[in-house]
Ligand binder design. Structure first.
Ligand SMILES: *[C@@H]1O[C@H](CO)[C@@H](O)[C@H](O)[C@H]1NC(C)=O
Ligand SMILES: *[C@@H]1O[C@H](CO)[C@@H](O)[C@H](O)[C@H]1NC(C)=O
Ligand SMILES: *[C@@H]1O[C@H](CO)[C@@H](O)[C@H](O)[C@H]1NC(C)=O
Length: 383
């Protein structure tokens, strides 16, 4: 039993190592995909103070409050920031994924912005999301176009189709949709092309009310929310009846309340890759202490490699008993054929070495995030 799973581990592991190895050579596409990205948002337009929303970063830190003055826009007084990357996953319920501020289970209205950005809106009448959607107040005599003002840009949607030349056995029709603000969406598209062999696609405008045309995802299609419901993936073959208005949904549903995933995607490796890569890379508001800096390519590779090992463990846990895992962990050094063990260790060491070198140079500026990426890089060795 163990050797069988081990072969799976190794095969998938080696496939993934190809990607890591390619990064070391760094083709143009890879380089642009591992590039750090950040955009800035301002909740205090009176002083034009901005906060950075960064890919890969750890988030966290103290919460801030949007000041109460006219130039602050419609959400003055609300708290924002402080959301940590570890709490980035929501569930299939709109309104999930809030590390704080989800006090009203029937509505996302009035909630804070733990990751700096606003929740997706499914239109004026769905679970309180209308306030992030409509022209609810006026500004200099004109309507306030909230989608236009949204941190990260207007909400868009893009298809995630597998590149089947890399995903052997994955059905070409296993196509997901990714929904979120424009900046985050364009970055994640580029990133998923590289890390999960998704086909490159242009993003399009999100228009949840065009339901009858069936070209836009609907709340009942959502498989997973992230970042306080500000980002999501959906699948048109999934019909979560608990997300439909008729069954009186609330924002606090758990996975247990949701309809199960269709069997054809329930154990999909493509979906797992998308899911964990979004969780690791999606831009979130930096901690207020984080200095202006980038995360090194080596560290990013370390994070992704680490998350890959992590998701593989989840897969293994799903198929093996805990006892077998423990046994495997004890015996793994002996079980891995020597050459592969060496390859794995060499690449991991290179990643860590590169990160250490970079870290040494930028020690002072880097403290906050570097220590968290170090933690993740270590995971690649010990997990
Ligand atoms: C469906 O699409 C057509 C053509 O793009 C458009 O004219 C129509 O308004 C759309 N229907 C809805 C309900 O949005
Ligand atoms: C995404 O990953 C999280 C954490 O492992 C898990 O709880 C969730 O069920 C996954 N979502 C999907 C759609 O697989
Ligand atoms: C989804 O489920 C609801 C409730 O069972 C049903 O009314 C609706 O037609 C279903 N939609 C699709 C696309 O299957």
């Amino acid at each position: 039993m163990i050797p069988l799973h081990f072969t799976t581990l190794l095969l998938v592991g080696l496939a993934q190592l190809d990607i890591v190895a390619a990064q070391k050579g760094c083709g143009k596409a890879q380089e642009s995909a591992v590039k750090n990205m950040r955009f800035r948002i301002s909740y205090t337009s009176s002083t034009m103070d901005t906060i950075a929303v960064s890919a890969w970063s750890g988030g966290g830190g103290p919460r801030r409050a949007i000041p109460s003055n006219a130039a602050s826009g419609p959400f003055s007084g609300r708290e924002y920031g402080g959301g940590d990357r570890h709490t980035i996953y929501g569930t299939r319920a709109y309104g999930s994924g809030y590390p704080y501020g989800a006090d009203n289970a029937n509505s996302v209205a009035g909630r804070p912005f733990p990751y700096g950005v606003w929740p997706i809106s499914w239109g004026p009448s769905y679970l309180g999301g209308g306030e992030y959607f409509s022209a609810s107040s006026s500004n200099n005599g004109g309507d306030l176009d909230l989608d236009f003002l949204r941190p990260g840009g207007p909400v868009g949607v893009v298809k995630l189709a597998p590149d089947t030349s890399h995903w052997n056995g994955v059905d070409a029709n296993e196509v997901y949709e990714m929904i979120g603000d424009r900046e985050s969406l364009m970055f994640m598209m580029a990133d998923l092309v590289d890390w999960c062999h998704a086909q490159p696609q242009l993003i399009r405008r999100f228009n949840p009310s065009a339901a009858s045309n069936n070209t836009q995802p609907q709340p009942e299609n959502v498989l997973q929310y992230y970042r306080a419901s500000s980002f999501a993936i959906a699948y048109s073959g999934y019909n979560n009846t608990f997300a439909l208005g008729s069954s009186n949904p609330t924002t606090s549903q758990s996975f247990a309340d949701s309809s199960p995933l269709p069997s054809q995607i329930a154990n999909s490796a493509f979906l797992q890759c998308i899911n964990s890569t979004i969780a690791n890379a999606l831009p979130i508001a930096d901690s207020v202490d984080t200095k202006e800096k980038g995360i090194t390519s080596g560290a990013i590779i370390g994070i992704v490699f680490g998350s890959f090992v992590g998701s593989l463990l989840i897969y293994l846990i799903g198929t093996l008993a805990w006892a077998s895992i423990a046994e495997w962990r004890e015996n793994r050094a002996e079980s891995i054929p020597m050459v592969d063990q060496e390859t794995i260790e060499r690449i991991v060491q290179e990643v860590i070495q590169e990160e250490n070198d970079q870290h040494g140079k930028k020690e002072d500026e880097n403290e906050d995030t570097a220590s968290s990426t170090h933690k993740k890089a270590e995971n690649t060795v010990y997990v």
